[in-house]
Design a protein around this ligand. Structure first.
Ligand code: NAI
Length: 261
């Protein structure tokens, strides 16, 4: 039997990158997957890809920074599939600015998507898990910036740090009722989020790759595998955990040496 047979999963930001890979992975493991994205075209494409490989699901065109949308995501999922078992809080944006360049609009957008959106998706999922009396699993897609800050992306770092605490706080409050809450913290993953930076030239890709102990950047599928594990019943005694999926970038001195050597 497949790991998510009979289960229903919501993946936010599933129109691209890590979210798309996760939606396909969960569908491949038997879940019915609700693809959520504010990009109508790419979200629909993910649903197409998912059905092409025999998966079942639906696409919801929503903006998770709006609380009403986070409510309707869960309501529409239950109306269509009758239940909810897994939430993957993946949707996220980055704005490359330090603090002094950051405007109120930048702040509101970053906090709105990366933190407020994740929080209210989680809240509405938890309410549904309670109604069902089944428990459930939430996986947040955080970052290496949950552990360490990086120059030029101040508010992004703040949101990802907050997502780490959101993971722990929700785990403290809800694990006793069978709701596990965990996070993955990816290193540099090849997705549209950072394609402009990586496209500067092959030397950038090589240097960024060497920051990781493994010596290369990662692929979305390598994060999806970890999300799938944490979301599954195989991770039944894991909650409040932050799992680095970062090729060893946060393991120690290797990243620094990698750049120097
Ligand atoms: P991506 O840009 O390829 O995909 C993000 C998706 O989220 C897009 O389809 C976008 O339309 C959607 N989205 C953004 N805001 C939304 C909103 N308000 N409502 C609904 N959908 C929305 O990015 P990627 O790289 O796949 O990132 C996914 C997550 O992984 C993000 O939370 C990001 O911060 C995190 N991450 C990515 C890393 C990387 O190197 N790519 C490294 C560490 C973390």
């Amino acid at each position: 039997m497949k790991r998510f047979e009979g289960k229903v999963a919501i993946v936010t930001g599933a129109g691209s990158g890590i979210g798309r890979a996760t939606a396909l992975r969960l569908a491949g493991e038997g879940a019915r997957v609700v693809v959520v994205d504010w990009n109508e075209q790419t979200g629909a494409e993910t649903l197409d890809l998912l059905t092409q490989v025999g998966g079942d699901g639906m696409f919801l065109h929503r903006d998770i920074s709006k609380v009403a949308d986070t409510e309707s995501i869960v309501a529409d999922t239950v109306a269509r599939f009758g239940q909810l078992n897994v939430l993957v809080n993946n949707a996220g944006i980055i704005i490359e600015k330090n603090a002094v360049d950051t405007t109120e609009a930048d702040w509101d957008q970053l906090i709105g998507v990366n933190l407020k959106g994740a929080f209210f998706c989680a809240k509405n999922a938890i309410l549904q898990f309670r109604r069902q009396g089944t428990g459930g699993s939430i996986v947040n897609v955080a970052s290496i910036n949950t552990y360490y800050a990086e120059g030029g992306i101040a508010v992004y770092c703040i949101t990802k740090g907050g997502l780490g605490q959101l993971t722990r706080a929700l785990a403290m409050d809800h694990s006793a009722e069978g709701i596990r809450v965990n996070a993955v913290c990816p290193g540099w993953i090849e997705t549209p989020l950072n394609k402009n930076f990586l496209a500067i030239g092959p030397h950038i890709r090589e240097q960024v790759g060497r920051m990781h102990a493994i010596g290369r950047i990662g692929q979305p599928e390598e994060v999806a595998t970890a999300v799938s594990y944490l979301a599954s019943d195989e991770a039944s005694f894991i909650t409040g955990a932050l799992l680095a999926v970062d090729g060893g970038i946060t393991a120690g001195l290797a990243p620094t040496l990698g750049v120097v050597l």
